[in-house]
Structure formats: structure tokens, C-alpha cells
Design a binder for this molecule. Sequence first.
Ligand code: GCW
Length: 719
Amino acid sequence: MKKNTLTFILSLFLLCNSNLKAEDGYRLWLRYDLISNQERLNEYKELIKGCLIEGNSSTINAVENELQIGLKGLLGSDIPPIKSIGKDGILIASKYSASYLLSKLKLETKLKNIGSEGFLIFNSKIEGKKVIVITANEDVGILYGVFNFLRLLQRNQDISNLNIESSPKIKLRLLNHWDNLDRTVERGYAGFSIWDWHRLPEYIDPKYKDYARANASIGINGTVLTNVNANALVLTSEYLEKVKSLADVFHPYGIKVYLTARFSAPVEIGGLKTADPFDKDVQQWWRDKAKEIYSFIPDFGGFLVKANSEGQPGPQNYGRSHVDGANMLADALQPFGGVVMWRAFVYDNNVPEDRAKQAYNEFKPFDGKFRNNVLIQAKNGPIDFQPREPFHPLFGALQETPLMMEFQITQEYLGQASHLVYLAPLYKECLESDTYAKGNGSTVARIIDGSLDNHSLTGIAGVSNIGTDRNWTGHLFGQANWFAYGRLSWNHKLSSEEIADEWIGMTFSNDLNIIKPIKTIMMNSREITVNYMTPLGLHHIMGWSHHYGPAPWIKDKNRADWTSVYYHRADSNGIGFNRTSTGSNAVSQYFPPVAEKFSSLQTCPDEYLLWFHHLPWDYKVESGNTLWEELCYHYYNGVESVKKMQTTWNSLEDKIDKEVFNHVKMLLTRQEKEAVWWRNACVLYFQTFSKQPIPEELEMPDKSLEYYESLNFPYAPGI
Ligand code: GCW
């Protein structure tokens, strides 16, 4: 055979082979690839020779499906379903109460601890044969157990001596989709909304099932399909039929559907003259609507409501309160077991008060006045999903009414889909914050899991970063944030490192030479982003409206609390927002130990310095630098650290999938460029106030402040 023919065939083979391996990210972390660790693979094949699955439900079908594809992929062969034990190496996945086989194991006490969603995984012997048992009180617990078991295999963990007892501490673990009915996604950077409303209910995109699998694999049990800037149309029968078809896909995976309820819906789609919650017809309209919704979706979760916030309609339009509005909706849903999640994201530019204080002022007086199926939903911080914020003062303040968390997974203020920013450290920083509401240890985590105030109704929500992009999240590492949010919603005690290990092991490799560098990049990325965007407690200095890129110069707009100067307050004397008792006194909304820590310059951590204090440019910070110098060093270190991320990533070139490697490499190039943009724009702008030189050893910006101020982005995504 001629040489060039041989070369041609060889290159064709290599091309096909490389294409076979090319990873486009669609599979997320559920990559059931053949285990490369031969020793582990052999162990697994000894311990898993057959699956005995008992039960008869759509969820058990999902269990069978996941085990079938998972074990076949990971172990490289079909693992036969069996009906009796007969030999060693049987995997049993059965609800305890439905299993004669398992009844011999006397698990009643353990099962009592894990509730309706928890699961047990353990090695045992039944009829003298070695088995691995996955059991639970409900089928959905088995599904969660199966995903947990497959995760162990994906991470090549030892399964010869298992004794896992796992149950969620938070009841409602939701994604909030800021998805519009026209399929645009507010603050979405991964394409359009995955909900193909136009072709529903007939056309069920296969992606919906993969969405359900991915969420069930990390314990998410609810999804709010629509934007909080709500569209009443979604409550019409035509749309409810579409919503039902999605709910039918999600139900087997333990995922309930929720909708955003536009408070003015009785007027907009109900033909009423008012939406006043005291109006009998309005009350009846919501009761009828709830009945209609449940006729379509028997396990409908409830409503998420943004009312009298950023122009959304609400009870205050009729001189009524948040309590009046929320309780009317709660009464309508009560007969069906539905909940109302009422957002506390309220602020009004006409109120002469620090925006950071307004939600607390508005909601604290209502504590305990809501129905028992109402949760108040607050963002992690008092302003708006900034790269860093102190925890929202409502955490600890509301004790009678369940307060649920709203984190943002989509990176509205954190580089959108261009920057690699692992958010687990941000979530953990908030969750572990001690509010001192009931002495020390009154953490935000204990407030949202209900243990501090003894609430059984508890919740956590993450604003989704999912879209129609092939890899779901635009940036591959956006998947890590969806994953991390879900894992923390199930168990907020997990560390950012543990979650990173899991995600990297499932998404990339279990090779420590790959895990280590990727974990280093991930674990450093949030602080790096804070440094090149908003160091030392600066906040809300981003682009106007699209929130893309730096714009600390924004001022003189139709409302002060959407400008940048409102927050940094830079002047010739210094910079920062004085929120101590000599300023807005926002600190007073925290319990004394927290208020004192933030108020005193001796104890206020550097990362919150300019959130709570207005300080002179020559103020000496802890490092001995002046404030101006420290600001410069943080901005410059942020950029240098992105370059280190690039170097670390580039060291992986011949170790990971080419398509993945190039995807991230290109985005890191963009991230470095934008970090330089943030650094130069902010340092040059603040220098106009400090009138001080950038420390001479640092590279001078190569463009002028006027250049940065002139930049315009009419088509920036996510608006
Ligand atoms: O984060 C801000 C966003 C708005 C969002 C609003 C909210 C959905 O800029 O796009 O609106 O907060 O949380 O309601």
C-alpha cells in the first residue's frame, strides 16, 4: 500500500478518534466514561455483578435508567437486572418499606433520621451473599442515593466498606430561572431559555430530561421556570398546559415546578379592575387560579413573587402591605400545599435612606405576620449579588418567618460567561457568617436550614446560569457553580474544596496531576475577581444597565441608587461608603458583635473596609500601605493572578480533552484582557480623586481614562 494512502488512513483514524473523544460539555458532570483505573475497575466488577431494583414508579424507572447507563459506561458492560440474590456482588436499590429482602436488616431507626428524601448506602450480607444496599423511605431517596453511588464510582472511591447516611437539611432546593416567555434570559449569558414555550406541550426537547437528571444528581428538587420580572401570561390555561408537560418530565426526578406570579395578573389576564388583595373578587380570582394550576399540575410547588420592587406591581399599589399581598396568595395555595416565596429585594430611590438598609426596614416589622406557607426570600447580601457583600442583615432579624436564601449562579456582576469564577467560596462565606442572632454560632446556614429558629419550612434558591448553549452554562466552569450550588443546597457543611474535588473528578479526571492545578485555579478565582473588580469592599461600580465591565464614573442618572458614585463616594478626601453610626448607620441592622466588628477600623476586615467606611487616600491599612497604594496593589495583583491562572491552565494542554482545553484557554485570554480593563479603568478613575501616582514598580495603563469612559456596549448580553 502506498505510503501516502497509509498516512491518509492513519490521519483519518486519528481524526475520528479525536472527534470521538471531543468533549462539548453537554454531559455536564454526568460523564459515565469507562474507569481508567484498572485495579478499581476490577474491584467494582467484583462488587457489582447484578442490580436488584424493587418498586414500581416513574422514579424507580429513572433509577433503573440511571443505573443502566451509569454502570454500563463506568464498568464497560451491561450489569444485568436480577430478581434474587443468589451470589455475591448484588447492588440492591429498593425502598425499605417495599422490600422483603431488606426487612431482615432492621433499618427502622436509621431510616427515621433521614426523612423522605434521604438515603442509606452500605455494604452488607443478605442470605450469606455480599451486597451493596441503596435504600430510603421514598423512591426519590433511592434516586438521590443512586446518583451519590455513581458519583463514588466516577471518582474511583472505595466502595467495599460503605456506610453513608445522607439527607438534605433544607426542604426547598430550587433553581430560579430569570427566563422570559420570548426565550430571552435576563442576566443570562448562555444563549436563550431552554424552555421552548412555542412548541410545548407537544414537543418535549430531550434536554428537559437531562436537565432533570443533572438537577436530581445534586439534590435540587424544584425549579421556578419564569422570570421574577413576571409575565402574567404564564398563568393562562394555554401556558399552564405547557408548564404541565415540563412538570411531567421533572416529576420522576423529584423536581417540583413553581411559577412567578405577577401581582397584577387579575387585571392583566383576569379582566378585573383591580389587583387589590383586600378585594373579594381578587381573592376569589387567585383561589380559582390556584385550583386551575393544580388541576394541571397536582404537585405544583407554588409562587415566587417580586412585588413593589424595581417597578413590579404589588400590594403597595393599593395601599396594602407585603403581608397583605403574600397572605392572599398563601391562602389561595394553602388547600393544595403550595408555598409563596415573597422576595425581600425591595428598595426605593425616593426613600432618603441607604439602599443597603431598605429591605430590612421594610420587612423586619412584618416578622411573624405571614401565613405559615410563606417564605421570605432574601439575597445573600443587602445590595445585589456583588463579587463580595456582607451577609444580608435580614438574616438573623427575621426569626418568626422562614427566610430563604437567594444566591446568584449566573455571573451578572462576575464576568458573565467570560470569566472563570468558582462561586462556592462566595456561597460558603455567606453561609458561615455568624449573625449572633441567638449568640455565637447563629450562622446564616442555620437560619436557612431552620435549625436556629426551629422552622420546618426552609428554602434556598439559585438564579440559574443555564441556557441553550451546548455546554448549558456558556463557560464550562459555569457548570461548577450550578453543581456547587446544588451540593450546598443538599449539605451546606460541604467545603468548597470537597465540592471542587467532586466536580473535577466527575468532569475531568481523577488524576491528581489534573485535579490539583484545576482546583488551584478554581479556589483562587473568586478572590482574584474581587481584586480586579471591586477590592477592599468597593461595590456596584459596573457598566450601566448591562452591568458589563467597569464604570466607576457612572453618575447623574434618573436614580442615584443605580449609579456608581452612590457606592464608592470617592472625593479628594478619600473613598468608601460610611455605613457606621457617623454615616448611614447600616451597621446598626446587625447584632452588636457584628455591628461592632464592622464599625471599628481595628476589627473591620480589609475586604469590607470601603463597604462600611469612608477613608482618606493616605489612611494606613494593616499592611502599612496607604489606602491608595493598597487599592492599586489589589487591582494589579488581580490581573497578575489571572495570568497565573492562564499559566496553570496551559500546563494541562496535553492532559485534557483538546476541545475543553481550547474553550477555557480562549476564555482565560478574554478574562485577562477584561481584568486589565477593570484595573486600568478603576485605578485611572480613582486617581483623579487621590491625585497620587500609581506605585512606580507597576506597569502604567496603556490607555487613557477618557478611552475607557468612551466605551459603549449596546449589545452586551443579558439585559
Ligand atoms: O440583580 C438585579 C438585576 C435584575 C434583576 C433584579 C432582581 C430580575 O439587575 O435584572 O431582575 O436584580 O433580582 O429582581
